[in-house]
Design a protein around this ligand. Structure first.
Ligand SMILES: Nc1ncnc2c1ncn2[C@@H]1O[C@H](COP(=O)(O)OP(=O)(O)OP(=O)(O)O)[C@@H](O)[C@H]1O
Ligand SMILES: [Mg+2]
Length: 504
């Protein structure tokens, strides 16, 4: 009887369950999108109960599609949108508020207040992150400060916090009936509260934020048996054995296990992760220091990360907010119908600018408009924005590491777009390489779980599963590349200094 691992990928736009075989190939999958809730400008929420329902349903779909039962599955791995904060009542399992999503900027006043004493980098040496609305910490504080009764209930020990990995794991393992309240080091490193060296919650920072320690999940490695699925669930008694935040999972799924290896994932946003091995490297160029993975008792691996908030979601915005296209792949047709961007640059600073700028005062800008410009140019500029932003992050990685990356492994939904990948190679000046399995996020979580239960023996075995599908070689001459980057950087300056006291 063949055996399999199932990965749950609880993402920003959808929840997926994917069954993998021993060669790392996809056997079956289920996927459901959930509602994106935008109560006000800058606010982004999800309904955590909907997310859990969708998760259960996609597990059923994936099993049914391949005619599998729980007896065919040796382990569950979980990967997730990171930083998104869920706070729920441990007695009832009911969230006290919608999940506040990583893109949400409502906590800027909290950031400003905390930064008044010591600046935005006051905790960076310890936790690897600047103070920013992006991370979970200020979101938890906002819920405790603004939801009626939440602080009292939290202080009484009735409320739990988690990123969606913790939320899904707690529910899978029984919820109020004995659910385990845990997270892994990669997710914990996105809260602002975990000490990078001790891998423990830092009491002093929790106190400054006013977050009770009792709300926080126990920090575990990325690969060990955390518990078993509750008997009420389809996957009853299967071990839950791996957790990695989505970007770290994609790095793991790309088999970028060693120092010096990197990948870039093109989804809702874009996230370039550069493995620094067992060394904690502090960036001088606007990158985050984060956990890469930790396998059981072995030493943790660290990484530098360039986070770009808006890439694929700009394409969704063209579709949903402007009605310019009816599906994401259509953007390629529009873009291909013009020779170039017609002089247009789009800086999608919807949530401010993340790496390498970290400018919360920026907002989106379309510049270079003339009477000549049509929607095809806009479509092209939207795609190009992804490539320009990636180039800026890669430059930061090269500057921090002192060695230039000679190629870039890529994955995620946008790498289906050939024109974008060619333009990316052109703008980087190095080859861009897509693996056979582009669902690397889910694959990484499956690997973490499979390693813990002995389905795979070691990293070498996983590396041999990796296979190249396609490679794009740069063909733009360097003068043109430099010209385009100069114009892009000029466009970025136009998005800055927008938010002030008058802008809501
Ligand atoms: N052909 C295409 N051209 C450009 N963008 C595309 C194309 N196909 C998909 N996309 C974009 O890719 C994104 C989806 O990619 P993916 O499924 O990897 O997202 P994701 O980030 O994993 O989702 P989640 O945030 O739920 O984890 C969407 O934002 C979509 O707009
Ligand atoms: Mg994803």
């Amino acid at each position: 009887m063949s055996q399999y691992v199932i990965a749950i990928d609880q993402g920003t736009t959808s929840s997926r369950a994917i069954v993998f075989d021993h060669d790392g190939n996809i056997v079956s999958s289920g996927q459901l999108e959930h509602e994106q809730i935008f109560p006000k400008a800058g606010w982004v929420e999800h309904n955590a109960a909907e997310i859990w329902n969708n998760t259960r349903e996609v597990i059923g779909t994936a099993l049914a599609q391949a005619n599998l039962t729980r007896h065919d599955i040796v382990g569950v791995g979980i990967t997730n949108q990171r930083e998104t904060a869920v706070v729920w009542d441990k007695n009832t399992g009911v969230p006290v508020y919608n999940a506040i999503v990583w893109q949400d900027t409502r906590t800027q006043p909290i950031v400003d207040e905390l930064a008044a004493d010591g600046g935005v980098e006051r905790f960076k040496q310890k936790v690897g992150l600047p103070l920013a609305t992006y991370f979970s910490g200020t979101k938890i504080k906002w819920i405790l400060d603004n939801v009626e009764g939440a602080r009292e209930r939290a202080e009484a020990g009735d409320l739990l916090f988690g990123n969606t990995d913790s939320w899904v794991t707690w529910n899978l393992t029984g919820g109020p009936d004995g659910g385990v309240h845990i997270t892994d080091v990669t997710n914990a490193s996105r809260t602002m509260f975990m000490d990078l060296e001790t891998l423990a919650w830092e009491q002093e920072i929790l106190d400054i934020f006013g977050v009770p320690r009792s709300m926080m999940p126990e920090i575990k490695s990325s690969s060990e048996v955390y518990g078993h699925v509750h008997t009420s669930q389809l996957l009853r008694e299967v071990p839950v054995a791996g957790i990695l935040g989505d970007q770290q999972a994609a790095t793991f799924g790309q088999a970028a296990f060693q120092a010096g290896e990197a990948k870039n994932t093109y989804g809702t946003g874009c996230f370039l992760i550069f493995n620094t091995g067992e060394e904690i490297v502090h960036s001088k160029n606007g990158l985050l220091t984060t956990l890469g993975y930790k396998l059981g008792d072995a030493a943790p691996h660290y990484a530098l990360e360039g986070s770009i908030a808006v890439t694929g979601s700009l394409i969704q915005w063209l579709r949903d907010n402007l009605g310019m296209i009816s599906s994401a792949p259509e953007v390629e047709t529009l873009a291909a119908s013009v020779e170039d961007n017609g002089g247009v640059y789009i800086v999608p600073a919807f949530s401010g600018l993340f790496a390498p700028y970290w400018r919360s005062d920026a907002r989106g800008a379309i510049v270079g408009l003339t009477r000549f410009v049509n929607k095809n140019h806009i479509a092209r500029a939207a795609l190009e924005a992804t490539a320009f932003q990636t180039r800026e992050v890669l430059d930061a990685v090269n500057a921090d590491s002192g060695v230039d990356l000679t190629e870039l492994k890529v994955d995620g939904g946008m790498v289906a777009n050939d024109a974008l990948m060619q333009f990316q190679a052109d703008i980087l000046g190095v080859p861009v390489i897509r693996p056979k399995v582009t669902e690397t996020t889910a694959l990484g979580a499956a690997y973490a779980a499979g390693l813990a239960v002995g389905f795979w023996n070691d990293l070498g075995e996983l590396s041999s599963n990796w296979a190249e599908d396609k490679r794009w070689e740069p063909s733009m001459d360097s003068a043109e590349r430099d010209r385009q980057m100069r114009l892009w950087k000029k466009a970025v300056t136009k998005s800055m200094d927008w938010v002030d006291d008058d802008v809501k």
